[in-house]
Ligand binder design. Structure first.
Ligand SMILES: Cc1cc2nc3c(=O)[nH]c(=O)nc-3n(C[C@H](O)[C@H](O)[C@H](O)COP(=O)(O)OP(=O)(O)OC[C@H]3O[C@@H](n4cnc5c(N)ncnc54)[C@H](O)[C@@H]3O)c2cc1C
Length: 406
């Protein structure tokens, strides 16, 4: 049996570890387009901020592949999958045959349509490759511009704000930060923290063009103003990295569609992590959610099922967590949509940077935003995930000492 895993993020790595729980004999090949052993993307901003060292970004030790009896092929992207011949084609022309295949290629950065985007000094924060480039120019950066008010953009801004000589501006086209998951009031706490950290925030503002001479020098805004910029980080989120699949064979919507066993529409081909579109327990539909715990969990289920241990994945819901220089922000489910009949529970202590909001639909938690606290988060998440009726305990959901037996 030959297992081929494309991608060595948390989904790929968890799959390898799960396969070895069931099958110690099968051959495992791990292909990765980037030349590194498994590293943690959530830690990338901290390298830029200088709060962790480059070598601490790797989440498995150097002997990981040997320990798990895996043959790595690093630095060679997959460009095609031939599902009829059960072959993976690499950019070098090399072909790798598989019996069971896992696509765990994660996400690629969303690219805005802006003139001058190809200038040097304009990077994303989605790969160690970009971080190496950013670190090289960082000592001479004076004006950093971040595009995007989502988690990626804000993490980039806060990390750069650690460097006293750099003026950091965040440009957000929406009316407030984290607009995809937070309402305006909860977002205002994060905006305040951002400004306190020395970051200049500009909402309802977009860039129409970057100008420079090989290297970026300035940004032209949609109101005609110009901003100096010698480093630009685009933090507009990610979209599944699946350009190499044939959609006529492997079914995909936004991401690659998988069933409860993480299998795609093609037998023996599985997908997991940011690239996969799986069952959403809140909406009953399917979606992609780019978060680490979900990728790792899905990789685990994929690995078990690939190795013949049938175990069904019950699905997931949206969840995001962010640390704003000591103020945590945890968002689960949907906290933005409020329809007739929904109940909204809000508790706030703005002076202490605390804001909590829970949305109930038919007595069940549909979403929660917990800012400035972490108490009860695990319990609320379990209540939401298991769709437990909380009507009778709703008044105590946000209490400090609330305990949930679920
Ligand atoms: C800056 C940043 C901060 C983040 N912070 C958080 C956080 O605080 N909390 C959280 O939960 N999540 C966070 N995330 C998201 C989290 O990192 C991802 O959800 C997670 O890494 C997804 O895991 P994955 O295994 O699906 O894919 P990835 O970790 O993206 O790994 C996929 C791998 O596949 C490789 N690959 C892609 N295409 C090909 C190809 N064609 N051929 C071969 N290899 C290929 C890539 O090189 C990559 O190494 C953050 C992400 C970023 C970028």
């Amino acid at each position: 049996m030959r297992y081929v895993i494309i991608g060595n993020g948390p989904a790929g790595v968890s799959a390898i570890e799960a396969i070895r729980k069931v099958d110690m004999e099968g051959e495992i090949v791990n292909i990765n387009g980037e030349p590194y052993r498994p590293y943690s993307k959530p830690l990338l901003p901290f390298i830029i901020g200088g709060t962790i060292k480059y070598e601490d970004v790797f989440f498995r030790p150097p002997d990981f592949y040997d320990t798990y009896g895996v043959k790595p092929i690093l630095g060679e992207p997959v460009i095609e999958i031939d599902v009829d011949r059960k072959l993976v084609v690499l950019a070098s022309g090399r072909r790798v045959a598989y019996d069971k295949l896992l696509i765990a290629t994660g996400g690629k950065p969303r690219e805005p349509k802006i003139k001058g985007l190809d200038l040097e000094g304009i990077y994303y924060l989605t790969s160690l490759v970009y971080v190496e480039k950013i670190m090289k120019i960082l000592p001479r950066v004076k004006h950093a511009l971040i595009l995007g008010g989502g988690p990626l953009g804000l993490k980039a801004a806060l990390s750069l704000a650690h460097h006293s000589g750099i003026e950091v501006s965040v440009l957000v086209s929406s009316p407030h930060v984290m607009s995809q998951v937070l309402d305006a009031e909860s977002a205002s706490l994060l905006e305040r923290k951002l400004v306190e950290s020395g970051v200049k925030l500009m909402t309802r503002t977009s860039v129409v063009e970057f100008r420079g001479n090989g290297f970026v020098k300035k940004a032209i805004l949609d109101n005609g103003d110009e901003l100096p910029a010698d480093l630009v980080i685009i933090g507009k989120g990610v979209t599944p990295a699946l350009d190499f699949i044939d959609r006529r064979k492997i079914r995909a919507n936004v991401g690659i569609i998988v069933d409860g066993y993480m299998q795609t529409s093609v037998p023996d081909v599985y997908a997991a992590g940011d690239v996969a579109e799986s069952y959403d327990i809140l909406t009953g539909g399917s979606n992609t959610v780019a978060v680490w715990p979900r990728a790792s969990e899905q990789g685990h289920y994929a690995g078990l099922n690939m190795a013949g241990f049938r175990k069904e994945y019950i699905g997931a819901h949206r969840m995001n967590s962010l640390d704003f220089e000591g103020v945590s922000c945890i968002v689960m489910g949907d906290v933005k949509t409020v329809k007739e009949g929904y109940k909204v529970i809000v508790e706030r202590d703005i002076k202490r940077n605390i804001y909590q909001r829970i949305i109930l639909e038919n007595g069940r938690i549909r979403g929660a935003a917990i800012i400035g606290r972490t108490v009860n988060v695990g319990g609320l998440n379990r209540l939401l995930r298991r769709r437990i009726d909380v009507e009778n305990i709703k008044s105590s959901l946000l209490e400090d000492k609330a305990t949930f037996i679920y």
